[in-house]
Design a protein around this ligand. Structure first.
Ligand code: NDP
Length: 334
């Protein structure tokens, strides 16, 4: 643990060529300066590790600016206010913010919000009741628009976003098929999360198993992975199906994806829509309220993989890109 006067931070010091590595990051210690009027200081308890961070490590053209070199890596955090010269926050408040990969955050409070941990654990505000939860909610409700009786499929089904997609689709009365890497993840998706079926894409029979698991084919597909998984799902889509193109993680880490066959989009008259959840901030309060109630009443189940200590954040992040996480990947900082 850091002593009270020091902060520890992880900086991005180089951009990956090919796959990312721990050499792209550096752990540094910096002094904590006295607060100025209007500032507050937060001891971060958890850091969220998310796939989008791989995109920020690169300076390729994207929807967001690249992470600047030699600065603290971007990231969502939850923690407790430990000092405040800002009238909107008091010592002891639990807050969600974007302080990045560091143990303490100091700011004027912009973008920070206080949360109630009576019924929802603090870490869940980085998972099902945070950005990944809203992502699931948005893609499912606003793009797929599920109706009772529809068949909905989701890839990376045991993960932070996919696990919420499937449970919300079940609650909407759909038949839900998950796709995940490995038998253990698939067992969890069916037995604990309540999906109707889950296919282990690593077993090598995805197309045939999809056919068996979704005899009426697929009306809504929530895509998190891309590549071969998308290629296997597209031919199983029903006419006028809807695809929420959320992420394509199989192509993030130095392995650009080949172009997908667009012919099926035409012949099946599919609607495929990409989205970036941070461009729909007006819907977050509604989504977070619903997700928070579901977590508080145990109707939404989630799982976390927690790395211990900021020094282990780079390794845990690389693990996330390779499917080593099982549920929401966090780093415990205290
Ligand atoms: P997860 O918790 O699902 O973790 C990532 C998972 O992706 C891994 O556990 C692994 O699961 C799977 N994966 C990793 N590499 C590969 C690969 N090469 N091929 C197939 N699967 C792979 O992450 P999130 O739930 O946080 O994110 C899921 C997706 O949602 C990502 O693509 C992310 O970029 C996207 N996203 C998009 C947002 C938006 O606004 N559009 C916002 C938030 C997330 P398995 O072992 O099952 O393969």
């Amino acid at each position: 643990m850091a002593d009270a006067q020091k902060n520890r931070q992880v900086l991005l010091v180089s951009r990956p060529e090919g796959e990312a590595s721990t050499d792209n990051f550096r752990l540094v210690e910096t002094p904590l300066l006295p607060l100025r009027e209007g500032e507050l200081r937060v001891r971060n308890h958890y850091l969220s590790l998310d796939p989008y961070m791989r995109g920020r490590m690169s300076d390729a053209k994207s929807y967001a600016a690249p992470q600047a070199l030699n600065e603290v890596m971007i990231g969502g955090t939850v923690g407790e206010v430990v000092e405040s010269r800002n009238p909107k926050f008091k010592v002891g408040d639990n807050v969600v913010g974007m302080y990045g990969w560091q143990e303490y955050g100091t700011s004027d409070g912009t973008g920070l919000y206080a949360v109630d941990t009576t019924h929802v654990p603090l870490s869940a505000y980085l998972g099902p009741v945070g950005m990944p939860g809203v992502t699931a909610w948005y893609g499912l409700n606003r793009i797929i628009e599920p109706k009772a009786g529809d068949t909905v499929a989701v890839s990376a089904a045991s993960g932070a976003v996919g696990s919420v997609v499937g449970q919300l689709a079940k609650a909407a009365g759909c038949r839900v098929i998950g796709i995940a890497g490995g038998a253990e993840k698939c067992r969890y998706v069916v037995e604990t999360l309540g999906f109707d079926a889950c296919i282990d894409y690593k077993a090598g029979h995805l197309y045939d198993e999809l056919k068996a698991a979704a005899p009426d084919d697929i009306d809504g597909y929530f895509e998190n992975v891309g590549g071969e998984v998308l290629d296997a799902v597209l031919p199983r889509m029903n006419a006028h199906g809807r695809i929420a193109l959320c992420g394509m993680i199989s192509g993030y880490d130095g392995k650009p994806l080949p172009l997908q066959a667009p012919r099926i989009l035409l012949t099946q008259r599919l609607k495929l829509q990409g989205f970036i959840v941070s461009e729909h901030m007006e819907l977050w309060p509604q989504a977070l309220k619903e997700l928070g109630e579901r977590v508080a009443t145990k109707k939404l189940i989630y799982r976390e993989t927690i790395a211990q200590g900021l020094e282990n954040a780079p390794e845990a992040f690389l693990g996330l890109l390779r499917g080593k996480n099982f549920g929401k990947q966090l780093v415990k900082l205290i």
